[in-house]
Design a protein around this ligand. Structure first.
Ligand code: NAD
Ligand code: ZN
Length: 235
């Protein structure tokens, strides 16, 4: 069966994606970030993106974060756009993403579970006041609230747990879909990657440039680019 056959035969598709979904928008995936980082920063990215690091070295955190985690020029690519189209057509029930770039929402998708949060939401750690991305990019050093508190991105850092409502929404979408498309993720970041075990539908599909540990569980594996692949689908 082709991907088109599977989509034609599905009514409740869920898309589970990772950093590879946004590389065609020019946002590097984790490994690429890692490579770039080594020449410029004194710590590995996993450490710089940890809760401890945010608390202890907030200004170093923001240096890396502004440089590498915020890509304001990036626009939704063909993958984001096709998924929004599938949702509008009533074929897709949810996008579950590990990305923090907000590109699914920008493309028009409505039901999006952002497991790792979003760079577009930020909160004061003292009074809880909400700030958009402007507060981060239009400030230097450590961004602070009117109340004097430090502003923190609503992004799940290493050592932090995922938001319960987001996880519950993602689990119930995955558990009730007929087709799960896993794309652009190395399936190595937990607990996010573990959520796909709730799938009990008909077709499990993977679209990924490189091979992953779940290849042999899938009904269809496409080793290619997710944007190029989805672009060929007729809704
Ligand atoms: P990862 O970097 O571990 O793996 C990306 C996978 O996508 C790789 O297997 C690669 O082969 C594949 N890939 C890259 N470009 C592709 C394309 N065009 N088409 C198909 N496949 C492609 O990513 P991950 O599994 O999401 O884990 C990385 C973590 O880093 C996540 O927790 C995520 O939150 C975070 N992250 C987010 C962003 C973002 O928001 N855009 C960017 C970098 C990292
Ligand atoms: Zn405040």
């Amino acid at each position: 069966m082709t991907l088109q056959d599977i989509i034609n035969d599905s009514q409740r598709i869920v898309f589970f994606g990772g950093a590879g979904v946004s590389t065609e928008s020019g946002i590097p995936d984790f490994r690429s970030v890692d490579g770039l980082y080594n020449q410029k920063y004194d710590y590995p990215p996993e450490q710089m993106l940890s809760h401890t690091f945010f608390v202890r070295k907030t200004s170093e955190f923001y240096k890396f974060y502004r440089d590498k985690m915020i890509c304001l020029d990036a626009k939704p690519n063909k993958a984001h756009l096709k998924l929004a189209e599938l949702e509008r057509a009533g074929k897709l029930t949810a996008v579950v993403t590990q990305n923090i770039d907000g590109l699914h929402t920008l493309a028009g998708s409505k039901t999006v579970y952002e497991l790792h949060g979003s760079v577009h939401r930020n909160y004061c750690t003292k009074c809880g006041k909400f700030y958009g991305i402007d507060a981060i990019i239009n400030s230097t050093g450590v961004p602070t609230c009117e109340c004097g508190g430090i502003i923190k991105p609503d992004v799940v850092l290493y050592e932090e747990g995922l938001d319960n409502d987001t996880v519950n929404g993602a689990v119930s979408a995955i558990a009730s879909c007929d087709t799960l498309i896993i794309a652009g993720t190395s399936m190595t970041v937990y607990p996010a990657a573990g959520l796909v075990r709730y799938f009990k539908g008909k077709y499990l599909v993977e679209i990924n440039r490189d091979a992953t540990a779940i290849d042999d569980q899938c009904d269809l594996v496409i080793h290619g680019k997710v944007g190029e692949t989805l672009d060929k689908i007729t809704v």
